[in-house]
Ligand binder design. Structure first.
Ligand code: PLP
Length: 358
């Protein structure tokens, strides 16, 4: 298999793909695949329940939260969050940490009052702002953060204390990569296609008191619709949820979130060590304290050399090392499913490349 460092859709565990392959034409002895049966069937209802249960178990989600499986990607949540939670007379507070935070707040601006309460713009988005003395007014509907900026390669190492104001996080690119205290959050959302499975499903973990009837909204855009119907209001993306179920089982079998975190740190260290030891040949984009173990962003002396790096890496079997088109440079995405051996191979390739071109 390729050394897959794609940012998303991203690598899936080989064991998961093999099991899906085995079950593809005959799921659990029913003589069909899971894609070919009713979402109201016993078999699918079991997948739906079990997948929610696996989230509860892995993240130790306390009572009083619902786990929802929605469609429309994390991008739909950029709009659904303010639609459902930003009421007239209140203000939504956003932390601007780069590309994805900006997209989230742009949607909220279409729907109500928005305030950017902190930003790392002046640091060219290489840091996470210090939120320890953040003061939010009583009219604040929620505080929105992006726990991991997939494009910039920066990550929150701790989360702000927001008191009674619900903390909302886009965790698309680091959910289930480390243990998390869910009780600190009012709502967490994540598109699946990085750490959870294939695209097509978006996970929302929402505190029950934030689920309001919201009857002024179209039915599909209300959290209450999906909560009241156990994510079965309309036809769900059955195959994506089934695949996510297999990925969650894989995480559990491989030691859960503490083990994922340890392995992710070890994998990322292999690559950050090369960057730091290269004498400036490779330059890390993020400030070291905020470096993401999921998306490792780096630059080289000039674009010509970066282009060369991408070409030679492709020829050597590496995929997805080109930085996002909006920022350029290079990026290695090392999500849960990326094997340690792939990171070792990349480490070796980077050392060799420097020898040849340094
Ligand atoms: N938020 C973050 C942090 C992301 O990395 C992405 C996708 O890469 C998105 C949101 C958008 O997700 P989707 O494509 O599921 O709408």
């Amino acid at each position: 298999r390729a050394y897959n460092f794609n940012a998303g859709p991203a690598a899936l565990p080989l064991e998961v793909l093999q099991r899906a392959q085995e079950e593809l034409v005959d799921y659990n002895g029913i003589g069909m695949s899971i894609m070919e049966i009713s979402h109201r069937s016993r078999e699918y209802e079991r997948v739906n329940e079990e997948t929610q249960q696996l989230f509860r178990e892995l993240l130790e989600i306390p009572e009083g939260y619902k786990v929802l499986f929605l469609q429309g990607g994390a991008s739909m949540q950029f709009a659904m969050v303010p639609m459902n939670l930003l009421r007239p007379g209140t203000t939504a507070a956003y932390v601007d940490t780069g590309s994805w935070a900006k997209k989230a707040l742009a949607e909220a601006k279409l729907l109500g009052e928005v305030q950017v309460v902190a930003s790392s713009k002046d640091d060219q988005y290489t840091t996470i702002p210090d939120l320890s003395s953040l003061e939010l007014s009583e009219q604040t509907a929620y505080l929105h953060i992006t726990s991991n900026e997939t494009i910039g390669g920066i990550q929150y190492k701790s989360f702000p204390d927001t008191g009674d104001v619900p903390l909302i996080a886009d965790m698309s690119s680091d959910i289930l990569s480390r243990p998390l205290d869910v009780s600190r959050f009012g709502l967490i959302y994540a598109g699946a296609q990085k750490n959870l499975g294939p695209s097509g499903v978006t996970v929302v973990i929402i505190r029950e008191d934030l689920i309001q009837p919201a009857e002024h909204l179209p039915t599909m855009l209300r959290y209450s619709t999906h909560a009241d119907n156990n994510s079965l209001y309309n036809t769900p993306p059955v195959y994506s949820i089934y695949m996510m179920n297999l990925v969650l089982q894989w995480i559990k079998e491989n030691g859960g979130l503490a083990a994922m975190e340890k392995r992710n740190e070890e994998k990322a260290k292999l690559i950050y060590d090369v960057i730091d030891g290269s004498g400036g040949f490779y330059r890390g984009v993020a400030k070291p304290e905020y470096r993401s173990p999921m998306n490792i962003t780096f630059r080289m002396a000039n674009e010509e050399l970066e282009k060369r790096f991408v070409e030679e890496s492709q020829a050597a079997g590496f995929v997805g090392l080109k930085g996002h088109r909006s920022v350029g440079g290079l990026r290695a995405s090392t999500y849960n499913a990326v094997p340690y051996e792939s990171c070792q191979a990349l480490q070796q390739f980077m050392l060799d490349f420097q020898k040849r071109h340094g």
